[in-house]
Design a protein around this ligand. Structure first.
Ligand SMILES: Cc1cc2nc3c(=O)[nH]c(=O)nc-3n(C[C@H](O)[C@H](O)[C@H](O)COP(=O)(O)O)c2cc1C
Length: 201
């Protein structure tokens, strides 16, 4: 069974990402096609990217990077749970993506987004562009939650029926891609290293 990580992309105290991510992980469990883990970015306490070399090299110098790398390596597919900050993804999520390279290759990714009238979809459009650089496959089936505060009661997310249906269709498609990409994940090409910096004269 492919391993799915549901990643909570926001880290601020009081974030809605936690209850929404918890719901998404439970919905994935109910789908039954994956071994599911809820991964909370806040637990990894990643500082603003601080590795000296390009992540393609995999030469990590910090324990926080090694821990993050080991966690992401385990997964065959991802759901990114993302709010929209200023029409973009939160910096915590972009930073966490930038930390790694080979770990993301040939994995499919789906999005659960939330916000105001646009339901976080502008953040998702930015993320789709970013993840293709890492040879991830973003899938169009998604859960998009508009006016998110209206769906919160007592700190819990109460999904509209459409969100449950959208989640089911999203997990179906994510599973198809996780299966289709398994061979590419098992046989990645030799890494192309960035050119060494020119020697100082
Ligand atoms: C810095 C910041 C920028 C925001 N910008 C947007 C935005 O562009 N669009 C939107 O729909 N909501 C925006 N919001 C409201 C968020 O949708 C709402 O606060 C949501 O709960 C944030 O997710 P989080 O609770 O997981 O951090 C913004 C919130 C913050 C803190």
């Amino acid at each position: 069974m492919p391993k799915l990580h549901v990643i909570i992309g926001s880290t601020r105290p009081g974030r809605l990402g936690l209850p929404i991510g918890s719901w998404a992980a439970e919905a994935a469990e109910r789908h039954g096609g994956f071994e599911v883990e809820l991964v909370d970015l806040a637990d990894f306490e990643l500082p603003v990217f601080d590795e000296p070399t390009h992540p393609r090299m995999g030469k990590y110098t910090h324990d926080h990077t090694i821990r993050w790398s080991e966690k992401i390596k385990e997964a065959d597919a991802f759901v990114f749970v993302t709010p929209e900050y200023n029409y973009a993804p939160p910096p915590s999520l972009i930073n966490a993506i930038d930390y790694l390279h080979n770990e993301w290759l040939y994995t499919p990714v789906a999005f659960v987004s939330y916000g105001g009238v646009a339901a976080g979809t502008r953040a998702v459009q930015v993320l789709k562009q970013l993840v293709t650089t890492l040879k991830m496959v973003p899938i169009p089936e998604a859960v998009s939650i508009p006016f998110v505060f209206q769906a919160m009661r007592d700190g819990q997310y109460h999904p509209a029926p459409e969100s449950d249906q959208a989640a089911s269709a999203m997990f179906d498609e994510l599973l198809r891609w996780a299966t289709a990409l398994a061979d590419l994940r098992a046989n990645p090409p030799a890494p192309v290293m960035p050119p060494a910096p020119a020697a100082a004269k």
